[in-house]
Design a protein around this ligand. Structure first.
Ligand SMILES: [Zn+2]
Ligand SMILES: [Zn+2]
Length: 376
């Protein structure tokens, strides 16, 4: 494995992927053939110590940035030279993971018009769009399946999947925290519509989340969009925007305060409260999972069999510091939580009814849950 890597290291030593591509194209055809053959040889052959698994999903990983040992002891340390270029990219045509896309394109797909066109161009960045196209395709698949290799730029020392997403303009994947800086650098002067210049950091981040299906609202519901656009993106927001019923709750708060300038801030508070409640529920339901991402929605928990769990999660949220007597004296949070839970359970019931084929049993469970809520 490492010998193969050092072979690549010698073959393509460069400071970034595009220079790598440049140099690659200058190789003679013999060597290219060899590269392609070797690539096929160790496809999917990836060792545990070469990868870094996500903290929130151990089935998703990135390739570690490897250092080259051959240069140890060299008199002039050079960070760029020390790096081993082991990042593979996904070919958008055959979906294979390849180390050197330009040579792969040239040898396998040179008849495809898009590739022909890129091969005729000059300049370092001529393959960038095609590379990003395949990488984005790959990453979307990884998120969908909840497993596989994520291809991102600026690979970190540790990572969470939810911290990464695509730029909504060029689809390059990076840390979502960094997206607005990337927009400024890469898209402020391009031909992309002027409105992008005005986009705030939060809107840019939200667009990325939308792109990969992390926002669970109906397209026509633009009132919730207004709320999501003012919310700071953190773990709580990611949970809130991804949950159908929590978004429905946000919409209901917006409607109730229609015309009030502060409506979106109220709605945001309630959505965040319910998101924390859902996080508590997930934690109580499956404590062993720890940081691992959990997919159950609020909908899944609002059933009679999980009533005790719901009560426990609500108490935990209302009185986070049980030893603080003052907290127990002010039950305002508890009232707010109970009120919002009633709202989401009503919303769930309504959604069951208006479905094309309502399930009577599910609706009955919903009723039972509502009655339990009203008794206790
Ligand atoms: Zn291919
Ligand atoms: Zn971009």
């Amino acid at each position: 494995m490492y010998t193969t890597i050092s072979f690549y290291f010698i073959a393509v030593l460069s400071s970034d992927s595009s220079e790598e591509e440049e140099q690659c194209l200058q190789e003679d055809t013999e060597q290219e053939k060899e590269i392609v053959e070797q690539e096929n040889d160790f496809e999917d052959d990836i060792e545990e110590d070469e990868i870094l698994r996500a903290k929130d999903n151990k089935h998703i990983y990135i390739r570690k940035v490897l250092k080259n040992n051959n240069l140890e002891g060299s008199s002039q340390p050079n960070k760029k030279l020390d790096r081993v270029y082991n990042q593979k990219h996904c070919c958008f045509l055959c979906k294979k993971m390849v180390l050197h896309l330009p040579s792969h394109f040239k040898s396998k797909h040179h008849m495809v018009p898009e590739i022909k066109e890129a091969l005729m161009k000059t300049g370092k960045r001529r393959f960038d769009e095609l590379r990003v196209k395949g990488d984005h395709m790959n990453n979307e698949q990884v998120l969908k399946e909840g497993k596989g290799e994520l291809i991102i730029s600026r690979r970190p020392k540790e990572f969470r999947v939810t911290d990464f997403g695509p730029c909504s303009i060029c689809f390059e994947w990076m840390k979502i925290d960094y997206l607005h800086k990337h927009h400024k650098r890469a898209h402020s002067e391009t031909s992309v519509s002027d409105s992008t210049k005005l986009q705030s950091k939060k809107v840019i981040q939200l667009n990325s989340d939308r792109e990969v299906g992390r926002v669970n609202i109906e397209k026509q519901s633009n009132v919730v969009n207004q709320v999501l656009e003012i919310m700071t993106r953190d773990e709580v927001k990611v949970v809130a925007q991804g949950d159908e019923l929590i978004c429905a709750l946000g919409e209901s708060w917006m409607r109730r305060n229609f015309g009030n300038k502060k409506a979106k801030y109220y709605a945001s508070q309630h959505m965040r409260l319910m998101a924390k409640f859902l996080m508590n529920l997930r934690e109580l339901d499956c404590p062993s999972l720890g940081n691992e991402v959990q997919a159950q929605s609020l909908w899944d928990f609002l059933v009679p069999s999980k009533y005790d769990l719901v009560v426990a999660a609500a108490v935990q949220l209302a009185y986070p510091y049980m030893d603080d007597v003052d907290d127990l004296r002010s039950p305002s949070n508890a009232i707010k939580i109970k009120y919002d839970i009633l709202k989401v359970i009503n919303e769930k019931w309504a959604r069951i009814q208006i479905r094309g084929n309502p399930d009577p049993e599910e609706a009955h469970k919903c009723d039972t849950f509502l009655r339990l809520m009203n008794i206790k």
